[in-house]
Design a protein around this ligand. Structure first.
Ligand SMILES: O=C(O)COP(=O)(O)O
Ligand SMILES: [Mg+2]
Length: 232
């Protein structure tokens, strides 16, 4: 990261694929929905590259595997409602924290960074999930995919989070697993770090334009400390 005079004061952290491996929850909810529609189950390998652009797109893509667009459109409202019902029933039960998440969040907090979670997950799914995994106390604010008029990769959620913090985007680093996070961060003027273990629509993380790839949130915390020391 280039040294900037102001230093980094806050981190905006993504949820799915960055803090939690939620694909097993998506599998249960999507297959619950598909069973109601008479469709066969799909695997985690099929689901993984579909995650990242919010519930509506995920449900649509999970139906387009079998049906044409007109049939998906006709069934969409009921399918989305079924998916939401299944997801809320199992939310978090099969999801696991990635290594270094709790230590990384603690290290960021201990160096005085303010933390915000910005996810494309609906806020009604994100809040109980963060709670269940012990993550809520780290975050000053949480914004979901339905908290703003546009989702990532639009810059709006990042700009909204920076405004809520009363910080300039140049004082904020976004940490995420996908092009959605990186494009939103770049367009907003934030720094961006990526983790290589998430989903990124099945594409290599190296394809993303970022300020660095970190193996864990703990490594991200160390990099931010180093950045802020050189910008003093
Ligand atoms: O639910 C999604 O589509 C992805 O959510 P994320 O923004 O936390 O990766
Ligand atoms: Mg993600």
């Amino acid at each position: 990261m280039r040294a900037g005079a102001a230093g980094i004061r806050a981190a905006i952290i993504d949820l799915d694929g960055t803090m939690l491996d939620t694909v097993p929850d998506f599998e249960a909810a999507l297959n619950g929905m598909r069973a109601e529609l008479g469709l066969a189950p799909i695997t985690q390998d099929t689901i993984k590259p579909l995650v990242g652009k919010g519930s509506e797109k995920l449900v649509r893509d999970a139906l387009l595997l079998d049906w044409d667009a007109a049939r998906v459109d006709a069934a969409f409202e009921d399918a989305l409602a079924a998916y939401q019902r299944h997801y809320l029933a199992i939310n978090g039960q099969r999801s696991t924290l990635y290594e270094g998440v709790l230590d990384g969040l603690a290290a960021m907090r201990d160096q005085g960074l303010r933390l915000v979670c910005v996810t494309n997950k609906p806020i009604a799914f994100a809040l109980p999930l963060l709670d269940q995994k012990g993550l809520t106390p780290y975050f000053e604010r949480v914004f979901g995919g339905d908290s703003f008029a546009k989702k990532k990769p639009a810059p709006m959620p990042m700009l909204g989070a920076c405004a809520a913090l009363d910080l300039s985007p140049s004082q904020v680093v976004v940490i995420g697993d996908s092009s959605n996070d990186a494009e939103a961060a770049r367009a907003a003027g934030c720094f961006v770090l990526t983790v290589p273990y998430g989903y990124n629509h099945g594409r290599p993380i190296q394809e993303i334009n970022s300020d660095g790839i970190v193996s864990s949130l703990l490594e991200a915390a160390a990099l931010i400390t180093a950045h802020n020391q050189t910008s003093k």
